[in-house]
Design a protein around this ligand. Structure first.
Ligand code: NI
Length: 176
């Protein structure tokens, strides 16, 4: 398949709602693999379909382990998720600094529920459930927001958002 490219703000695909995937087939697995490659290429920890112009509910994650996920026996938490859906979230919230591959150089403190339960289909089409806190929880919430056309900058004041966008525009201009 054709290689996908990372999209940056202000691309309109970043503000669209991605559609449910009806069947996890080879085409979907190809896209997920491609998304993983793009995520690693740009040193990201998560990527959603919208960010490569694929308006399907697809998310890839390779998230470093932090204290909250300490019990996990792995170096990082790697997931390919199809149709991920948050089925529960804690009342308790945590603020973390977030960035986004589509908003290079931008960073901001974002408050989200600390813990979540998420349901998704894995790359074999098997239903999975995951309960998690820590960085992975924030990462999954950030990526599911992407699928709904929401960027973390949408949670900021217009002033703060404009400041970040201006900086990103300047940075992207310098990359050309
Ligand atoms: Ni992002």
């Amino acid at each position: 398949m054709t290689k996908l490219d990372l999209l940056y703000i202000p691309d309109s695909a970043l503000h669209e709602k991605a559609k449910e995937v009806s069947s996890v087939n080879d085409e979907i697995r190809d896209i997920l693999d491609n998304m993983m490659d793009i995520m690693y290429e740009h040193n990201g920890i998560g990527l959603a379909g919208n960010q490569v112009g694929v308006l399907k509910r697809l998310v890839v994650i390779d998230c470093p382990i932090d204290e909250a996920d300490e019990e996990e026996d792995a170096e990082s938490l790697k997931y390919k998720m199809v149709n991920p859906k948050i089925t529960w979230h804690s009342k308790e919230k945590t603020t973390r600094q977030e960035g986004c591959l589509s908003i290079p150089t931008g960073l901001a403190d974002i408050e989200r529920p600390t813990e979540i339960s998420v349901e998704y289909l894995d790359e074999k089409g098997k239903k999975q459930t995951l309960k998690t806190g820590g960085l992975l929880s924030a990462c999954i919430q950030h990526e599911i927001d992407h699928l709904n056309g929401i960027l973390y900058t949408d949670y900021l004041s217009k002033l703060k958002r404009d400041m970040i966008y201006k900086k990103v525009k300047k940075y992207l201009k310098g990359q050309k």
